[in-house]
Design a protein around this ligand. Sequence first.
Ligand SMILES: [Zn+2]
Length: 347
Amino acid sequence: MPLVLVSSDAFERHLTPPGHPERPERAHVFDAVATAWRAGGGEVRAPRPATLEELGAVHDRDHIERIAGTAGRAAMLDPDTFTSPESYDLARLAAGATLVGVDHAMSGDGPALVLVRPPGHHAERDRAMGFCLFNNVAVAAAYARARGASRVAVVDVDVHHGNGTQQIFEDDQSVLYVSTHQFPCYPGTGAVTEVGFGAGRGRTVNVPIEPGAGDDDYADVLARVVVPILTAFAADLTILSVGYDAHVQDPLAQMQVTTDGYRAMLATLRATVDATSGGRLVVVTEGGYDLPALGACLDATVEVLAAPATTTPVTPQTPRVSGPGIRGREAAEAALAVQRPFWPSSI
Ligand SMILES: [Zn+2]
């Protein structure tokens, strides 16, 4: 089950204003991870741009044209979200990179790790937002559906709620969206009561967590909520929106997750996907703004994804650090109280 990385040094050419946290140096961290993987004999694939049709599966034509209209210049799309002359092309490349990952994972040959910027999960059907131009994981999920996956799960562990991904699939029963996020925090969405609409009711799962949560809390939330729901949903493909901004060193939020905590989360999710989705897993980068923490967490992610597939039943990693993980328990219980009507009685 060989892991494939999808990466390009072109992503450093998406420029943001000085002092912006989503900065070109993040691409240098991606490059270092890809270079090390290649040096060890691993495969790194080049991305391709998403086509207009592939983008159009999740974005309105007006939105695509608005981003295309920024080609060749710098523009401010909202107070946080900027383009530079090549950003339109690079945003298409970031979205398309996820499709190279989906092709690999859907073939059953192993997981894919897609290293991209700009990130995507705040981009809604009709607007750029929160550093995001196109919604990379949403484009990937729609592409996987078009390729024949009946059910796609998107798990979002970025510290911020993925409002865009939720919005794009909120009435779609074939795409499960599960998010753990700091709450309250940007962008303000992701309350536990947001469960989707129409046929998609019960296919949006929000686990808002109080600021200050650490490894124990996240392990608890995964064990009580995320793993059981992923198991019940039994996706054909699982896409992980991995933001490393819940890290204790991250400047944008107040969570306390360590690099080992991220390693444990990835291991739990990998084992779950091995058990429920035949190992068909695509991991796509979102946030993560402390460069050393980003690099260390990506190294841990590669380590987890490169390990042989697990064949034993999932036993979520138990918290290593002493302490009750009260924030995690409370978050899990609140989410389960809202979600139980939509799932089998074992949840
Ligand atoms: Zn984030």
